[in-house]
Design a protein around this ligand. Structure first.
Ligand SMILES: Nc1ncnc2c1ncn2[C@@H]1O[C@H](COP(=O)(O)OP(=O)(O)OP(=O)(O)O)[C@@H](O)[C@H]1O
Ligand SMILES: [Mg+2]
Length: 355
């Protein structure tokens, strides 16, 4: 086996250095990588004395190297240190004045993460909260279309000695998406490390200002992006969205376990069930449980996680999103109310978590 130090360093970039906005490699946290036959030993330091942070970093390093060299014998030691250089001392970052950061995730793709993220952001904003939304789906951004700002381009702004970007504002929500920087439909064929770097920039080089909620629309799956985000951001919690059928529920289960995993340790605020039943426009009283009934609710019960509500499968939800006017903008519609109800549950959770 040909183990290369450079490859290991690149693989470790999804790990953020606590209390900085840098990854652990740039922040100088990887002190030594020793390679002998198929044994790899990493010496690292982090700027946090907390035992659980050190263990979490250790687990993350092992996890990322294992993905690269599954056959290797890996040992890691993480010490703690006070940052010496001024630049990497705990500094004010773009998210210092954000009260709650919440990830919207699922295991399976296409179950409605982006739909929920956009509608929740709008619902929260309509309730008077200051809201931001990061489209973390680097490979398939959807927010520019959903917010009807496809041609918008974030402006460069100078903040102190840093070059930053102003988010795009639409429907009272501050948005950032890789879609603003790439033409529609252009594939983002990025390697893992570049993708995580781009995402880190989108979050830490955007002027968010004071926000009550910053929602993160996660990409599908449970990959590096998830590790980066959960490592880099002090998340208040995550919301898992699923459809009621078994395949989606299995994936949702993996999503829950990812957040509850020792490396990550982010509370799951609750489960939202999407496409719970189909209601045709001409028969608004009828409910057809085409994907099965109460799958999401049962999953929530099994895991002892709050169930935050169900969203029906309705053509107008998709049409509204595609037209750049998410349904949560509608006044007095049962569908916008469904999203507003989920927003209420989140506000309640967030208020409790502050105490
Ligand atoms: N409740 C719903 N009723 C009707 N259409 C819906 C509903 N929820 C989502 N859709 C539609 O289903 C498609 C997938 O939804 P969405 O893009 O929100 O899923 P996603 O989980 O973000 O997908 P991906 O994993 O690709 O990011 C979209 O066309 C969306 O408009
Ligand atoms: Mg999406």
């Amino acid at each position: 086996m040909n183990i290369e130090k450079e490859k290991i360093l690149e693989a470790l970039r999804p790990i953020m250095m606590p209390s900085t906005s840098m990854d652990i490699v740039d922040a100088g946290g990887i002190r030594d990588i020793m390679i002998e036959d198929n044994a790899i030993h990493v010496e690292a330091v982090i700027f946090s004395p907390a035992m659980n942070m050190r263990r979490k970093t250790e687990n993350q390093i092992i996890y990322l190297i294992e993905k690269l060299y599954p056959q290797a014998r890996i040992t890691v030691r993480v010490g703690s240190e006070k940052p010496s250089d001024d630049k990497i001392a705990p500094v004010e970052t773009s998210i210092s004045h954000v009260k709650h950061i919440i990830a919207i995730a699922s295991g399976k793709g296409g179950v409605g993460k982006s739909t929920l993220s956009a509608n929740l952001a709008i619902a929260l904003s309509r309730k008077g909260y200051r809201v931001g939304l990061v489209d973390a789906d680097i490979y398939g951004p959807s927010m520019p279309i959903m917010f009807n700002v496809e041609d918008a381009m974030p402006l460069a702004v100078r903040e102190g000695d840093k070059d930053m970007m102003a988010p795009i504002e639409a429907y009272g929500v501050k948005l950032q998406s890789i879609g603003f920087f790439a033409k529609a439909g252009q594939a983002m064929a990025w390697r893992g490390a570049m993708a995580t770097k781009a995402l880190q920039q989108m979050i830490f080089e955007t002027v968010w200002g004071e926000l009550d909620f910053l929602l993160i629309d996660m990409p599908p799956g449970t990959g590096d992006i998830h590790l980066t985000l959960t490592g880099a951001l002090p998340l208040t919690g995550s919301i898992i969205i699923t459809t009621p059928q078994n395949v989606a529920l299995n994936d949702a289960q993996r999503g829950i376990e990812l957040f509850r995993n020792d490396n990550i340790n982010v509370p799951v605020i609750g489960i939202v069930e999407n496409m719970s039943y189909f209601t045709p426009a001409e028969l608004p009283e009828n409910k057809y449980y085409i994907f099965g009934k109460h799958g999401g609710k049962n999953l929530a019960e099994d895991y002892g996680i709050p169930f935050l509500g169900e969203i029906p499968l309705v053509q107008s939800i998709r049409e509204a999103s595609d037209a750049g006017q998410p349904i949560a903008l509608a006044d007095d519609s049962p569908l916008s109310r469904a999203f507003a109800d989920v927003a209420d549950s989140i506000v309640l959770y967030a208020e409790k978590s502050i105490q």
